[in-house]
Ligand binder design. Structure first.
Ligand code: HEC
Ligand code: HEC
Ligand code: HEC
Ligand code: HEC
Ligand code: HEC
Length: 201
């Protein structure tokens, strides 16, 4: 009886792991409606604003960080003359209306939009941006090249959508052969490591 139970448990664990590694990808394409129409294509694409201008902790911390309205207002507040010519170039009416909303609904109330999170790791997983971004970013390259393996080219997206499953198989695959994904050559020989304890608490 005990033995049968043990076997059953082993089989269940095995099936569970197989499902995680090879099961259907979760969340690809997830692009929830956001409370405010912030557009990456305009900012990071057309105007080439560096990802780190807003996700300023991405090279040295666990979190990339989401900017508060104060960061938006570095460019969009009427008091900042340096950016005004640049920020009034295109469809003035549309831009003015949206910036008016940003200003009235959030800035003047010292609030930021309550963005819906798109990418999410479960609590038992250990993930930090810093080591990944450092290892991916080649000297002189644009920041976004270090985001593309996991997020796709966000600078082309009007609305951010998840591009990769970010499931265990996705992580482990790159850890086995990081250079396939463009990681710097120092990881080519030994890979990164796939101990369970590396990624799990
Ligand atoms: C001017 C500020 C700004 C710049 C520049 C910027 N972002 Fe963002 N980013 C935001 C804001 C605000 C959000 C939250 C709203 C949203 O999801 O669109 C966000 C969300 C994201 C998300 C989704 C986060 C989640 O919820 O999971 C990713 C991924 C992302 N940005 C990557 C990038 C990359 C890569 C670049 C550079 C190519 C970049 N961003 C440039 C402001 C910026
Ligand atoms: C470094 C300067 C800079 C920062 C920081 C910045 N923006 Fe912008 N933003 C621009 C420029 C430039 C435009 C293009 C304006 C134009 O086309 O006239 C723009 C356009 C916009 C528009 C109009 C887009 C449309 O659909 O036409 C909105 C809304 C906007 N920004 C919101 C934000 C928000 C929200 C943030 C903070 C998360 C932010 N911006 C941060 C420079 C900036
Ligand atoms: C190795 C994969 C990987 C790379 C490379 C990567 N990210 Fe992420 N990113 C993730 C994962 C996984 C999450 C969800 C993290 C969580 O839930 O704790 C995430 C979440 C985010 C978020 C949501 C807020 C946060 O801090 O959790 C933003 C913004 C973001 N990434 C921006 C970036 C930017 C900008 C770059 C490039 C400079 C980048 N990421 C590179 C995997 C990656
Ligand atoms: C595109 C390749 C790639 C992907 C995808 C990737 N990693 Fe990594 N990971 C690396 C590299 C390269 C390093 C070594 C960085 C260093 O330590 O210099 C690393 C290091 C780590 C570390 C050890 C460093 C630390 O944070 O203590 C952990 C944990 C980790 N990754 C977790 C994850 C998780 C979880 C995922 C999936 C959400 C993931 N990785 C996806 C390439 C990748
Ligand atoms: C490179 C990082 C990485 C390594 C190494 C890794 N895992 Fe995972 N694991 C993950 C991620 C990321 C998830 C979450 C997947 C998701 O949410 O889709 C996960 C999920 C799981 C889950 C599912 C828990 C749940 O949410 O139901 C189990 C069980 C698990 N891993 C066991 C293991 C075991 C056992 C090992 C060692 C053989 C291992 N993992 C090694 C990244 C890793």
């Amino acid at each position: 009886m005990k033995k049968a139970l043990k076997i059953t448990i082993n089989v269940l664990v095995f099936l569970g792991l197989a499902w995680l590694l090879f099961g259907p990808a979760k969340q690809i394409g997830y692009a929830p409606e956001q409370p405010f129409a912030y557009n990456h294509k305009i900012h990071a694409g057309d105007y080439k604003i560096d990802c780190q201008y807003c996700h300023s902790t991405v090279t040295y911390s666990k979190k990339a960080g989401i900017p508060g309205t104060n960061v938006c207002m570095n460019c969009h507040s009427s008091g900042v003359l340096g950016f005004r010519p640049f920020a009034n170039k295109s469809d003035g009416k549309r831009v003015q209306k949206l910036i008016g909303e940003l200003s009235n609904n959030y800035w003047s109330k010292s609030k930021s939009p309550e963005w819906t999170r798109i990418h999410n790791m479960p609590d038992h997983v250990r993930f930090s941006h810093a080591p990944h971004v450092k290892a991916l970013l080649k000297p002189g390259a644009e920041t976004k090249t270090a985001c593309i393996p996991c997020h796709g080219d966000v600078a082309t997206m009007d609305v951010v959508a998840q591009q990769e499953s970010l499931n265990m198989g996705f992580c482990v695959n790159c850890h086995r052969t990081p250079t396939d994904k463009g990681f710097v050559a120092e990881y080519a020989k030994n890979g990164v490591g796939t101990n369970c304890g590396m990624c799990h608490y």
